[in-house]
Design a protein around this ligand. Structure first.
Ligand code: FAD
Length: 493
């Protein structure tokens, strides 16, 4: 990732820097703009909302507490994101946790009556894949030894045939793959329901096996791959703003509250400009859309729809997910880590008053929980969703939250619904993901749904932005982008 970043700085400086309209200030848009500015071009980022970050956006409520779109975890196996923190000089904002995966054991308590957790601890002194194998072998609470062996045998083709096999498995769901490889159902129930919900907010009956194998591959090949970090505060101020500042310092521009309403074309189907919701027009030499795939599909000009590159976007759709914040009047847990809930309604959760320096509270807990799968709940009221969540928490924390009123009390809550979030990675989706270079010479795509090897994640979004910036900078050098003739026609609102 560091070498890839360096290529932008080493590129010959353009004799005529391109004005590039980058649509969207999520991680893909900001990453694309950052690297375009490193290559000597002039990005203008157009963001529809008044907050940076897209799916990592966050804002304050009337009490000053932060509300986040999603509970976000960074992994050791995120080379481009980690490199971004290094390049921005903000590495200390990532709060790395112990190298463990921790699963709740619903219905089980410790001797002193607290919620019990089952841990997979990766020994620090061993390199990958030994650290992962030891972590799995030493945990006997969730899987029996024969179950682990059968799962290990199932993974042999992935080890022998590598990436090609991983990609071929896109035709199978996780559950279908487990059955085909003779892995006992219990392995799916105990571990992979939680894993599938954490990776894509859906069940293993629907999730493509490619997604799980891609994650496992990274975790088993990189010593720190599955190590997790929390950002030390809200992503818009702690990560997105430094990304924006970097490109602004190099001649880029950020325009908030700028929603594009349509893409206008020349006769040859290249982009003539962007029509903004306020009626104004933005023109540039080249354009990068980082809008989520569902928005992009609606925005596609009629003339582009029959082109196979754009036509296949119809195979991708965002998955619903709900992020919940619960503030309690006392501490519920002392675990400073991400927790897999293993509950039917919830995915992962964390006590942000412990895990995140910016939200620290020594007396009270603030749980942030991902509610998934959310398709049957996304249309329900916040009150219904909180009732259902509390029902699950009574099972997870029976003593801490005693129903008789003697336990911790819920002070307030916030529910953030994202009806169409990352693309739903059901079996067979890989072939629909577009490359960053489109058939239109002055139009490029980025966003976590575009083709890259890091799934629909913060790493995927950041990497896709970098790939789009590279494709665009290379096209500029090759002279394949039709330039605006008059200097004055470069980006002007
Ligand atoms: P987006 O963030 O969606 O950015 C697109 C931007 O385009 C937005 O800012 C949007 O406002 C803007 N836009 C849209 N339409 C227009 C328009 N017409 N004009 C101008 N601008 C427009 N990933 C992880 O790696 N780890 C996690 O733990 C994790 N947890 C998650 C939990 C939840 C609940 C959610 C929702 C996501 C999670 N993700 C996680 C996924 C991660 O957030 C996304 O993959 C990533 O942020 C997507 O970035 P993006 O730039 O591709 O898209």
């Amino acid at each position: 990732a560091a070498a890839f970043s360096q290529t932008f700085i080493n590129m010959p400086r353009p004799s005529r820097p391109l004005k590039v309209a980058v649509i969207g200030a999520g991680l893909a848009g900001l990453s694309c703009a950052k690297y375009l500015s490193d290559a000597g071009h002039n990005p203008v980022v157009l963001e529809a909302r008044d907050v940076l970050g897209g799916k990592v956006a966050a804002w304050q409520d009337k009490d000053g507490d932060w509300i986040e779109t999603g509970l976000h975890i960074f992994f050791g196996a995120y080379p481009n994101v980690n490199q971004m923190f290094t390049e921005l000089g903000i590495r200390d904002r990532l709060q790395w946790k112990s190298h463990s995966m921790i699963f709740a054991m619903p219905g089980q308590q410790t001797a002193d009556g607290f919620q019990r957790f089952s841990r997979f601890d990766f020994p620090d002194l061993l390199p990958a894949p030994l650290n992962g194998l030891v972590a799995i072998l030493l945990n006997n609470e969730m899987l029996t030894f024969p179950e682990k062996i059968q799962f290990g045998i199932g993974l042999i083709p992935a080890i022998l045939f590598g990436q090609k096999y991983v990609e071929e498995c896109d035709s199978l769901t996780v559950t279908e793959w487990m059955t085909k490889q003779g892995v006992p159902d219990r392995v799916n129930d105990e571990v992979f329901i939680a894993m599938a919900k954490a990776l894509n907010f859906i069940d293993p009956d629907n999730l493509s096996m490619t997604v799980v194998l891609t994650a496992l591959n990274r975790f088993l090949q990189e010593t720190h791959g599955s190590k997790m970090a929390f950002l030390d505060g809200p992503p818009p101020t702690r990560l997105c703003q430094p990304m924006a500042d970097h490109m602004i310092a190099r001649g880029g521009e950020l325009r908030m509250n700028q929603r594009i309403s349509s893409i206008l074309l020349n006769d040859d189907k290249t982009v003539r400009g962007l029509k903004m919701q306020d009626g104004s027009m933005v023109e540039a030499d080249a354009y990068v859309s980082t809008m989520p795939v569902d928005v992009l599909k609606l925005m596609l000009p009629e003339e582009w729809r029959p082109i196979p590159y754009f036509e296949k976007l119809s195979g991708l759709t965002g998955v619903p997910v709900i992020n919940i914040h619960l503030w309690f009047d006392r501490k519920l847990t002392t675990v400073d880590h991400l927790l897999f809930s293993r509950s039917p309604l919830l995915s992962v959760y964390a006590d942000m008053s412990l895990t995140c320096k910016g939200y620290r509270d020594d007396d009270k807990s603030m749980l942030e929980l991902v509610f998934a799968p959310a398709k049957d709940w996304i249309g329900r009221s916040d009150e219904d969703i909180i009732d259902a969540t509390m029902g699950e928490l009574y099972r997870l924390f029976p003593n801490e939250l005693a129903r008789d009123g003697s336990g911790a009390k819920l002070l307030k809550y916030a529910v953030v619904k994202t009806p169409l979030s990352v693309y739903e990675a059901t079996a067979g989706r890989e072939m629909y993901r577009p490359e960053q270079t489109s058939p239109i010479p002055n139009f490029f795509l980025a966003g976590c749904f575009t083709k890259q090897k890091y799934l629909a994640s913060m790493e995927g979004a950041t990497f896709s932005g970098k790939l789009a910036a590279r494709a665009l900078a290379d096209a500029a050098i090759a002279g394949t982008i039709p330039l605006k003739e008059k200097e004055s026609s470069a980006v002007a609102a």
